[in-house]
Design a protein around this ligand. Sequence first.
Ligand code: PSU
Ligand code: MN
Length: 304
Amino acid sequence: MELILSDEVRSARANGTPIVALESTIITHGMPWPQNVDTAAEVEAEVRNHGATPATIAVLKGKLHIGLSAAELSTLGKAHDALKLSRADFAACIAMGKTGATTVAATMIAARLAGIDVFATGGIGGVHRGAELSFDISADLRELSETAVTVVSAGAKAILDLPKTLEVLETLGVPVIAYGQDAFPGFWARDCGLPAPLRMDTAAEIAAAHLMRARLGLPGGQLVANPIPLASEIPLADLTPAINTALAEAEAQGIAAKAVTPFLLDRIFQLTEGRSLAANCDLVLNNARLAAAIAAEIARQRAS
Ligand code: PSU
Ligand code: MN
């Protein structure tokens, strides 16, 4: 499989600098322009400032890119026709020579191919509310059970059914690790009201668990849930009306399949007039910092 490495990813591989993968669906389908491109550039800078090299992943005209130039990032952020790629459509997009942005699932697959252990994002997909009727469960969850990449998120958004999401992750054998607290973080809120299955307080512990899974021959990765910084937190009650409106609109308009998550994210940003978008940017930066620390620890522990 031909991978197109950015210059900085190529030198990081040569020098043994830790690398942090970043997804691109958050850019094309997860945030509006121009905040999407600004945030993506800030997240890359944050990774660099914390001693690691960023590798934003996307398929550009049928080529799998591991790391994008500033120009490629900006073009992707303005594109209206980029596909949203998960496990199901990733190979087809490459084979057909099309352009697509990678979700958590597809970014994990690409990171694994490139030998990258750690990936930072905002929120993962999960079990949607009403999934007992719609069967809408993100392919991100199964990917976490199959592909050995540690994903640093801020938990999952309350647009999802969070108890069911945790149940499915448990069924699939995915370690769900809250960072520095007992509660499972709920994206905009530090505590979603549910306990996290596991808690770790240091990047070193998370790195050790990542390496131990490989030693035990366990496939699959880990989900790290890093609470949003206190100053950026939005109480759940403030967002509940917007979430409920967005969910009702999706239902009324018959939004289905891959369109559901982008539709809900977009409506919630609009309904909260950008407040939720600013918090979203802050938590991705926070996750980039933790991911850089975990990537450095994995490299250190591997070498020792
Ligand atoms: N949740 C967010 N922000 C996002 C996404 C989810 O809070 O940007 C994106 C991610 O790329 C995730 C994808 O992998 O949506 C999940 O889509 P689906 O629910 O269709 O699997
Ligand atoms: Mn879905």
